[in-house]
Design a protein around this ligand. Structure first.
Ligand SMILES: Cc1ncc(COP(=O)(O)O)c(C=O)c1O
Length: 391
C-alpha cells in the first residue's frame, strides 16, 4: 500500500494549539461517570430567539424572491434598518449604501477583514487576551500579530503609548473589542478618542468589535466607537445579531464605518461567499426594530445571573470584578493554581466547565472565564459545588 505524505498549509500550522481538546476530554469523562455537568464555557445564549423574529423568518422563507442568491453586500432594507438603529441607539449617521455591510456573522467579517487590508509581513495589533479570530484572520492573510496586553491595573484597556515605534510603523490594522470578551471590561468614549488620534498619527485602520454592546447592566449603555469624532475616517465597527437577539445559529451580523474599508471587505466577500440568506436578513430587520425591548429583557436576565455568580465567587474568596456588560465573568484563579489546572479541578471535583484564560492569550493566564449561559438555579448549584470542591 502506498501512503502519500500529507501536510496542510503552513498557515494552519501557525495557529495556536487548540487548548480545549483536553478540557473536552475531561468533560466527556466526567459525564460518562454520571456527573451532572454545569457548562459555563461557551458564549452561546441559552435563551431562545424571540418569537416575532422566528415568525418573520418563516414568512420570508416562503417567498420565492428569497430563494435565490443574495447580493453579497446585503439587502438594502436590512442595511437601512441598521442605519436606523445606529441613529436611534448611538446618534451616529450612516449611509446604508456605502457605510453598511451585511455579514454572515461577525466572525466571518473579522476573519475576512485582514484579507482585504493586510499584506504579508504587515503588523496587526490585537488585544491579549482576545477572541481568537483576530489572530487567526491575521495569520491567514500572512500578517504578523502584535499583542497589546490587557491588564487589570489598566482596566483591561491597551496602553497605546507602550507600542514600540518600529511596530507602529509596520502596523496596518488594529483590532479592539469592547465590551470585551473575555474580560467583561468596557471602554469609555475617551479611550476611543485616544484610539482615533493614535490611528490617525500612524495611518492604522481600526476595527472595533461591538458584538456585546447590547448586553449591559445597572443602566449603563456602552458607546459605539463611531461616536468618537473622526472615528468614521479611521475605521469600522462590527456588530452581531448573535448575542443581542439570541441568534447565534442564524449567522447574521454587520460592519459599519469608513466606506473604503466597507468596500474592500465587500470585495473579498463577493469573491468568497454569496451573502446572507435574505430571509434571515428579513428576520434581522424585525429584530433590529425591537432592539431596545429585547436587549432590556436579556440584560435583566444576565444581570440577575451575574449577581448570583459574582457574589458566590467572592464569598468563596475569588478575586473578581463586577462586569458592566457582556455575559462573561473573569475571576482570578485561587493561589496555587494556573488556569488549566483550575479548570481541570472544577470539572473533576465539581462537574463545572469553564474556559481557561490562557486559551485567549498569554495575558489570560491566571484567569478563567465563566459564561452566564445557565439559569440562576444552576449558577447557585455551581457555587455550592465550587465551595465544597475548594474547601
Ligand atoms: C468578541 C466576539 N466577536 C465576534 C463574535 C462572533 O459573533 P458571530 O456569532 O456574529 O459570528 C464573538 C462570538 O463569540 C465574540 O465573542
Amino acid at each position: 500500500m502506498i501512503t502519500e505524505e500529507f501536510s496542510v498549509a503552513r498557515r494552519l500550522a501557525e495557529l495556536p494549539p487548540y487548548l480545549f481538546v483536553e478540557i473536552d476530554r475531561k468533560r466527556r469523562e466526567a459525564a460518562a461517570r454520571g456527573i451532572d455537568i454545569i457548562s459555563l464555557s461557551i458564549g452561546d445564549p441559552d435563551i431562545p430567539t424571540p418569537a416575532p423574529i422566528i415568525r418573520a423568518l418563516a414568512r420570508a422563507a416562503r417567498d420565492p424572491v428569497n430563494h435565490r442568491y443574495p447580493e453579497s453586500e446585503g439587502l438594502d432594507r436590512f442595511r437601512q434598518a441598521v442605519a436606523d438603529w445606529y441613529r436611534r441607539r448611538f446618534g451616529v449617521d450612516l449611509d446604508p449604501q456605502r457605510e453598511v455591510l451585511t455579514l454572515i456573522g461577525a466572525k466571518e467579517g473579522i476573519g475576512h477583514l485582514p484579507l482585504a487590508l493586510v499584506d504579508p509581513g504587515d503588523v496587526v495589533l490585537i488585544p491579549d487576551p482576545a477572541y481568537p479570530v483576530y489572530r487567526a484572520g491575521t495569520i491567514f492573510a500572512g500578517g504578523q500579530p502584535y499583542e497589546m496586553p490587557l491588564l487589570r491595573e489598566n482596566q483591561f484597556l491597551p496602553d497605546l503609548e507602550a507600542i514600540p515605534e518600529s511596530v507602529r510603523q509596520r502596523a496596518r490594522l488594529m483590532f479592539i473589542n469592547y465590551p470585551n470578551n473575555p474580560t467583561g471590561a468596557v471602554a469609555p468614549i475617551e479611550f476611543y478618542r485616544e484610539v482615533v488620534d493614535f490611528a490617525r498619527r500612524h495611518n492604522i485602520i481600526v476595527a472595533q468589535d461591538n458584538t456585546y454592546s447590547e448586553i449591559s447592566f445597572d443602566g449603563y449603555h456602552p458607546p459605539s466607537f463611531l461616536e468618537a469624532p473622526g472615528a468614521k475616517e479611521v475605521g469600522i465597527e462590527f456588530h452581531s445579531l448573535s448575542k443581542t437577539f439570541n441568534m447565534t445559529g442564524w449567522r447574521i451580523a454587520f460592519a459599519v464605518g469608513r466606506a473604503e474599508v466597507i468596500e474592500a471587505l465587500r470585495k473579498i466577500k463577493s469573491n468568497l461567499d454569496s451573502g446572507a440568506f435574505q430571509a434571515v436578513q428579513e428576520a434581522g430587520i424585525t429584530a433590529l426594530s425591537m432592539a431596545e425591548q429585547i436587549s432590556a429583557r436579556n440584560s435583566n436576565v444576565y444581570q440577575r445571573r451575574r449577581d448570583v455568580l459574582v457574589r458566590g465567587l467572592r464569598a468563596i474568596g475569588l478575586t473578581v470584578d463586577v462586569p458592566r456588560a457582556t455575559f462573561y465573568v473573569w475571576p482570578r484563579v485561587p493561589a496555587g493554581y494556573d488556569s488549566a489546572g483550575f479548570v481541570s479541578t472544577l470539572i473533576e471535583r465539581a462537574g463545572i466547565v469553564c474556559t481557561p484564560g490562557n486559551g485567549f492569550g498569554k495575558q489570560g493566564e491566571g484567569y478563567v472565564r465563566f459564561a452566564l449561559t445557565a439559569e440562576t438555579k444552576r449558577l447557585r448549584e455551581a457555587i455550592s459545588r465550587l465551595s465544597t470542591a475548594l474547601a
